[in-house]
Design a protein around this ligand. Structure first.
Ligand code: ATP
Length: 340
């Protein structure tokens, strides 16, 4: 069993804890992305899981083994945890095969295991190359193969794609996901990139101030965020201060249905892809159009001066200066009170 379970974790460097009673569970064989702003404690969490930092209270459990609590500290090399750091950190004087086989017993290095792992990460036949002869993406693939070599129960990845350019990053993310699933590894990926977390992981934990604000499937986090802070962090949003009654909120874009039948003052939120530019809806002037290739953002100004943004597929239907109309499809989210 290699499900990873963290409960009530309190960890710090000084008097104020950085992790303040954090709970987290990754079922066996699943890939969890830990998503959060800079400084919220993501790397600290990884360091604790890996065994590089002690816990003050709480518990880290892998299957039925306690790896760390107040009185237990299993050393890093006995945890059965593999690590893929931000930038491969390969041994420069060893070949690719030497790097992958580094932690393996000699017999396993010879029995084809290294080549099997290279194949898993899409680098068949690269064993004799030196790290300096590889691209950044290839080096990260080798780092993953090295982490998987001793058959760890869990793989930890600390922003493993952050040093790569955008197109390479997408390709590598998809391949890493496939390789981890093929291997059946329980994995935890730390990132501050929302697209990455939502796109690559089976589950996403949104961290804030040393706690998990929400843990769920990517779609659930995006479409049913636990609070306004999570909603704003995981995607673009159009928000209005508003009040809701009987499942309807008054907004500058008209009366919008909200999912919960809450009443009172709060914030209404819709995603830019719910705003449709065309002939129906509230009158608006196009301030600007940002073309992204596969889609575009249309920046609009409503009659009362409110600015909103619409995300449209394909070629933008309007140009800056056009007078158009905008309507909202689907229901809005409503959060009573202010941001958390
Ligand atoms: N070695 C250390 N000594 C003292 N404070 C530290 C140390 N490492 C991290 N911190 C502090 O702990 C907090 C959490 O840092 P951590 O690196 O875990 O955040 P993070 O979410 O990984 O951020 P980033 O995305 O920027 O890497 C920060 O306030 C940081 O300044």
């Amino acid at each position: 069993m290699s499900d990873l379970r963290v409960s009530g974790l309190v960890v710090g460097y000084g008097p104020e804890p950085v992790l303040r009673g954090l709970d987290l569970a990754v079922p066996e064989g699943r890939l969890l992305a830990v998503l959060g702003p800079s400084g919220c404690g993501k790397t600290t969490l990884l360091r604790v899981l890996a065994g590089f930092h002690p816990v003050r209270s709480g518990e880290v459990r892998l299957g039925d083994r306690v790896l760390a609590d107040r009185s237990t500290h299993v050393p890093p090399e006995r945890r059965g945890i593999g690590i893929v750091p931000q930038e491969g950190a390969l041994f420069p004087h060893l070949t690719v095969a030497g790097n992958v086989g580094f932690g393996l017993p000699r017999a396993q290095r010879r029995d084809g295991r290294v080549e099997e792992l290279l194949e898993l990460v899409g680098l068949s036949g690269y064993g004799r190359r030196m790290p300096a002869e590889l691209s950044g993406g290839q080096q990260q693939r080798v780092a993953l193969a090295r982490a998987l070599a001793p058959r760890p129960g869990v793989v930890l990845m600390d922003e493993p794609f952050s040093s790569l350019d955008a197109s390479l990053r997408d390709e590598l993310r998809a391949d890493v996901r496939t390789a981890l699933h093929a291997f059946g590894a329980t994995a935890l990926l730390v990132t501050h990139d929302q697209q990455e977390a939502l796109g690559v992981a089976d589950l996403v934990a949104v961290m804030r101030d040393g706690l998990v604000a929400q843990l769920g499937a990517p779609q659930q986090i995006y479409s049913s965020p636990a609070d306004l802070g999570v909603a704003l962090f995981v995607g673009e949003a159009v928000t209005f201060d508003s009040s809701a009654r009987d499942g309807v909120a008054e907004t500058p874009l008209g009366r919008l249905p909200v999912r919960d039948t809450v009443s009172g003052a709060g914030t209404v939120l819709v995603r830019p892809e719910q705003l449709h530019v065309g002939t129906d809806g509230v009158a608006a002037t196009v301030d600007d159009v940002l073309f992204h290739g596969h889609d575009a953002t249309v920046l609009l100004r409503l009659g009362d001066g409110t600015r909103v943004r619409s995300r449209v597929q394909g070629a933008p239907p309007v140009r800056p200066g056009d007078v158009t109309a905008v309507r909202v499809s689907g229901s809005a989210l409503f959060f009573a009170g202010g941001p958390s």
